[in-house]
Ligand binder design. Structure first.
Ligand code: AN7
Length: 383
C-alpha cells in the first residue's frame, strides 16, 4: 500500500484549483487533462533588443495539454455536459476549439462532432481532431458559416454546443486572469490578446472583474459577459483591473471597422473570423477597461512570431503572435504609459501550424555526411 502523503503537489487542472470560483458543484468530477498553470514568461531579450520601456510578459497558453487556451474552456464545458447527461458535443472551429473538443470528448467518453472550413485550418489541428477520434466534418464555407450551422443544429439534435457561446467555456477561460494576478501579485496595467470570435477577451474581463471583486450587474442571467454563471468569492486578489488591448488581423478585423466582414482573410487562420459571436460583450469589455482594438498586417504577425521564436525560444502560432505584433504597433504610436507592466496572451503553440513556420524560416542546409562540410558551416555561422 502506498503511504499516505501529508500533502500533494500533483496539479490536477483548473477546476480542482478554482472550483469555488467556477459554476461546477463540489461533488462533480472534473473532466481534466491538467490544463491551466501555464508559464508567465518575462521577455528579457525582447525588452533589451527593442529597447522597450515596459515590463513585458507572455502567458504561454501553448503549454496547455492540446496546445491552446481552448483547454481552459473545454474542461469546464465538457465537465458540465457530462454532468447534464450529454453524450455528444459539437463545435464549429478554425482549428483549436476542434482539437480541444476532440481531446476532452475522448477523455469523457463522448462523441465529438467538429465542423471546420475545408482547406483553412492548420495541419496540426486537423491531425489532433482526427487522432482523438472526432467526427470531422469539413464544409465548403468559412468559420462563420460553420458557426451558424452548429447553432441551429444544437437545437435540432441531441448534442451540446461547446463553442464559446456556451457560457461554461468563458468561465473556464476566465481563470487565466486569476493565474496572471497570482503570478504578478496584482493585475498588469495592460493585457494584450488576439481577437477572433471574441470569447477570450470577454473571458479575460470576467476573470479580472472577479479577481478585483467588481460584480456590478454581472451576476444576472441577462449579463452579456457571464449569463449568470459568475462566482464571486470574498477574497479579492487585486485592486485594479488592466486595460484590455485587442488585436485583429487586418483582413479579418470587424472590431476595427465596427462591422461584420463577409470574406475574412489572414495567414492567421485561427482568427479568420468575420462575425464574432461575443460581439457585444467584447465591445463592452474593451470600453469598460479603457482599452481599444488595433489591426496588424499578416507581415507584422509573421515578423512577431519569428522574433518571439528566435529571441525568446517561444514558438507560437501566427494568430497568437498578433498580440505581440499589435503591442509593438501601439508602443510605436506611444499609446501605452512608459513603465507599465504588460502581459500578452500567447494563445496557441507554433507546432500546430508547421507549414507556415517552415515557409517563413531559412531552409535547412544539405551537405555531404563529412566533418569538413559541417565544420565549414559552423565556422561560417558562429557569429
Ligand atoms: C490561437 O478554434 O475560434 O477571440 O474555433 O485559436 O476567443 O475566438 C480560435 C480562436 C486566438 C481567438 N488565438 O480567440 C477556434 C477559434 C488562437 C485561436 C483565437 C483563437 P477568440
Amino acid at each position: 500500500m502506498t503511504p499516505k502523503q501529508p500533502f500533494s503537489l500533483h496539479y490536477t487542472g483548473l477546476i480542482d484549483k478554482y472550483r469555488e470560483r467556477l459554476p461546477i458543484a463540489p461533488g462533480v468530477p472534473a473532466v481534466s487533462l491538467g490544463e491551466g498553470g501555464t508559464p508567465l514568461v518575462k521577455l528579457h531579450n525582447l525588452i533589451q533588443f527593442l529597447a522597450l520601456e515596459i515590463d513585458l510578459y507572455v502567458k504561454y497558453e501553448g503549454a496547455n495539454p492540446t496546445g491552446s487556451f481552448k483547454d481552459r474552456g473545454m474542461t469546464v464545458a465538457v465537465t458540465q455536459a457530462v454532468d447534464e447527461g450529454s453524450r455528444a458535443i459539437i463545435c464549429a472551429s478554425t482549428g483549436n476549439t476542434s482539437a480541444a473538443a476532440a481531446a476532452y470528448a475522448a477523455r469523457a467518453g463522448l462523441t465529438a462532432f467538429v465542423i471546420i472550413p475545408e482547406g483553412n485550418i492548420a495541419l496540426g489541428k486537423l491531425a489532433q481532431a482526427m487522432m482523438h477520434g472526432a467526427k470531422v466534418i469539413q464544409i465548403k464555407g468559412n468559420f462563420d458559416q460553420g458557426m451558424a450551422l452548429v447553432k441551429s443544429l444544437a437545437d435540432a439534435a441531441p448534442v451540446t454546443l461547446v463553442n464559446s457561446v456556451n457560457p461554461f467555456r468563458l468561465q473556464g477561460q476566465k481563470t487565466i486572469a486569476f493565474e496572471v494576478v497570482e503570478a504578478l501579485g496584482r493585475a498588469p496595467d495592460y493585457h494584450c490578446l488576439p481577437v477572433g470570435n471574441a470569447g477570450n477577451i470577454t473571458a479575460h474581463w470576467i476573470g479580472y472583474c472577479e479577481a478585483a471583486g467588481v460584480p456590478g450587474e454581472r451576476t444576472t442571467a441577462a449579463c452579456a459577459y457571464c449569463k449568470g454563471q459568475c462566482r464571486f468569492v470574498s477574497d479579492r486578489l487585486t485592486e485594479k483591473r488592466p486595460v484590455l488591448l485587442g488585436y485583429q488581423a487586418e483582413g479579418a478585423a470587424p472590431f476595427l471597422s465596427n462591422a461584420f466582414v463577409d470574406n475574412p482573410e489572414t495567414v492567421a487562420t485561427a482568427i479568420r473570423i468575420g462575425r464574432p459571436q461575443s460581439w457585444e460583450s467584447a465591445w463592452t469589455a474593451s470600453r469598460e477597461s479603457g482599452g481599444w482594438f488595433t489591426g496588424v498586417s499578416d507581415e507584422q504577425i509573421l515578423h512577431a512570431q519569428k522574433m518571439l521564436a528566435e529571441k525568446e525560444g517561444i514558438f507560437c502560432e501566427p494568430a497568437s503572435a498578433a498580440s505581440i505584433a499589435g503591442l509593438l504597433v501601439d508602443l510605436e504610436q506611444g499609446r501605452l504609459i512608459p513603465g507599465s507592466t504588460v502581459v500578452c496572451t500567447v494563445t496557441g503553440h507554433g507546432l500546430k501550424d508547421p507549414d507556415t513556420a517552415i515557409s517563413s524560416s531559412a531552409k535547412p542546409m544539405t551537405v555531404a555526411a563529412e566533418e569538413g562540410a559541417v565544420k565549414a558551416i559552423i565556422l561560417d555561422n558562429i557569429g
